[in-house]
Design a protein around this ligand. Sequence first.
Ligand code: CTP
Length: 399
Amino acid sequence: MNGLKGKYIIVGVTGGIAAYKAAGVVSALHKAGAQVHVIMTKNATEFVTPLTFETLSGNRCITDTFARDYQFDVAHVSLAKAADLILIAPATANVIAKLAHGIADDMLTTTVLAAKCPKLIAPAMNTAMLENPITKDNIKTLIKYGFEIIPPDSGTLACGDSGSGRLPDQQVMLDYIELKLAKEKTLAGKHVTVTAGPTREAVDPVRFITNHSSGKMGYAIAHEAVLRGAQVTLISGKTALPPVRFAKNTEAVSAADMLCEVQKVLPETDILIMCAAVADYRPANIAENKIKKSDDMNVLPLERTEDILSWVAKNRHDDMFVCGFSMETRDLLESSRKKLNDKKLDMIAANDLNTPGAGFAGDTNVLTLITPDSCAELPLMSKDDAAAKLLDMIEQHIK
Ligand code: CTP
């Protein structure tokens, strides 16, 4: 998680069995460099001790409005003023009801009422309580007043019932916080489409032709674009990576599938980043049944796939920005500039597979960003940082 360093985050913990999950969130935020202050309701202290949160956050855990030994003057107001964000997790039906009606009768509810920062609420309770029209109305009221709700998960609940009401995994809550705080929303209002990963071209029902792309670079770009406030469509070949949260994740197995998905989304795309390693050839015929080994089968006839970017060049609208990728093992700049021209790209991100730290599978890359009138050689950096640099460059060009 980037971008949370120095951010001032209040985590409110209320009295539910899921209170223990807040400990993981607090620990991760603290490790990401945020200043985390935990406020517990009295009931929450029955489930987890304040000492747990003090140890994980490095800060005093507040449980009582009238605590005299707290570092802030008029603590609830000072905390509320300092906060960049408040997360309440788990949020019980009781605290949701109080917040919806402006009741401020403990440190957490008084602080929230006094705070102007973004507020995230992660409800967790028994399904019947969650589905009770009173709770539903209270949640609607919170949304009306600008609170954001992290939808509860479904599954087996602590009471033994099965249904909606589980506190989502720690990572989900962290993703919401990161989205709110990590980056300026410089791409708000833009639709960014990113392709990622390898394509697979079937030989028979058992076999396929593919390449070594892991999808990491494309996923990092999609994630960065999400953090910058873009509406993101990620069209990905098969990878081992989890979907990018807050993006529309679409799978495209073959080059033909990927072309089809790009065609669907192109009319509303403002920025297209073709990071996928698309196959240039596919078997001319896909065998209906598994091909059995035989002595005379030693040639696999191939045919060209359609070049997606060449199709885009003919069908793009004028104010769209199109960025391709180019992976080479020699003549990096010359070959990449040729692709930039041939495919009528606005930019191409070139990398040489022979450069240490560049290319497939790893977590780093060495990119050269080439436009018709510039060439920026970036040093070795993480794929997350490379994604940020690439989007910085695109933003400069679309200004
Ligand atoms: N690409 C594409 N459709 C294809 C093949 C590639 O849109 N059928 C895109 C890739 O996503 C990448 C760019 O074209 O953004 C360059 O891909 P690359 O494989 O480096 O080059 P090719 O154009 O395929 O040329 P060559 O394989 O000869 O290097």
